[in-house]
Design a protein around this ligand. Structure first.
Ligand SMILES: [Zn+2]
Length: 165
């Protein structure tokens, strides 16, 4: 008989992972350079079987760990989204502090004329802003201009500065 602690250590060492075409293999017992599917050691692997890990328990372990992985991804997604929203609001606030409604701008609602799409037809509006900047749900800061419905990304709006005389 092995102790609970030894069993837990065994489970930690012999981790499962999913095969692309279904099934589970042991990341510890399967050779790192396995190029033949026959070299995959299925999970629970023999050492875990010896320690008494049953199919039922294996299913339970996978279910619990999958839920943990999903929760972790959700948390990561949420914190990335929150960071993007915060940064977007900062940029919108900064814009509003510097550029009141009615500021003269050149706006490119579609693609900008420079960069990888150089030469493509692009809409260029010489206009003024008609709203303060705000952020979309995912954090993108936008502003509305006279002559165009909806918001345009701030990265597609250039403030017209006085031409040097
Ligand atoms: Zn193993």
């Amino acid at each position: 008989m092995i102790t609970e602690g030894e069993r837990a250590a065994l489970l930690k060492l012999h981790e499962w992972d999913e095969l692309i075409f279904g099934g589970f293999y042991c990341t510890h017992c399967t050779p790192d350079d396995a190029d033949d599917p026959d070299q995959n050691v299925y999970w629970p692997c023999p050492p875990l079987r010896e320690a008494g890990v049953t199919n039922e328990e294996a299913v339970e372990i996978i279910t619990v760990e999958r839920a943990e992985i999903a929760a972790r991804h959700r948390d990561e997604y949420r914190s990335k989204l929150e960071a993007a929203q915060q940064e977007g609001r900062r940029q919108a606030d900064e814009w509003n502090r510097l550029h009141p409604v009615g500021t003269a701008v050149v706006a490119y609602p579609g693609i900008r004329p420079e960069g990888k799409h150089a030469g493509w037809a692009c809409t260029r509006l010489e206009t003024t802003t008609r709203t303060p900047a705000w952020t979309l749900g995912h954090g993108e800061p936008v502003v509305s201009v006279v002559g165009y419905a909806g918001g345009i990304c701030l990265t597609h709006v250039d403030v017209v500065t006085e031409a040097a005389s």
